[in-house]
Write a new protein. Structure first.
Length: 142
């Protein structure tokens, strides 16, 4: 089973400002609750250390992420790979008036029992966390 979720939000900031957040692998990782820690290797690569509350997963999971598509300031797609899952995140930005319409899409494919079920229950909350952080950082007046 594959879990997919999509959410579109409007941010009161220009696409370039939202891009500063969404194109940064560290800023994308920070609001996700199951990311215990992460290392950013360069502009397109990061390692996430996840703590998933699953019976078959009793240690931190390392996920290697890589931006696979970048079209500043319109689109970024990343892929994360680990022994327990594969995640694809897509972020599309579109100028609307003086703000930005941001469409977030996530697909999670689990390789162990319970991974997809966990994300099916929690992916909306993770998108809430991401949205809160994007708004906090992007909508601040400079």
């Amino acid at each position: 089973m594959t879990v997919r979720v999509e959410r579109t939000i409007e941010i009161a900031a220009p696409p370039e400002r939202v891009w500063e957040f969404i194109a940064d692998p560290g800023k994308r990782a920070r609001p996700i609750s199951v990311v215990d820690s992460f290392e950013v290797h360069d502009d397109t690569h990061a390692t996430w250390h996840l703590s998933l509350p699953l019976p078959l997963v009793n240690r931190t999971i390392t996920v290697e992420t890589e931006d696979t598509e970048r079209d500043p300031p319109n689109h970024v797609e990343f892929v994360g790979r680990s022994r327990v899952m594969r995640v694809v995140g897509e972020h599309d930005l579109e100028a609307v008036g003086e703000g930005t319409r941001l469409t977030n899409r996530f697909t999670v494919e689990g390789k162990l029992p319970g991974v997809e079920r966990f994300f099916e229950r929690n992916l909306d909350d993770e998108l809430d966390n991401l949205e809160t952080e994007i708004r906090r950082e992007s909508e601040i007046e400079v």
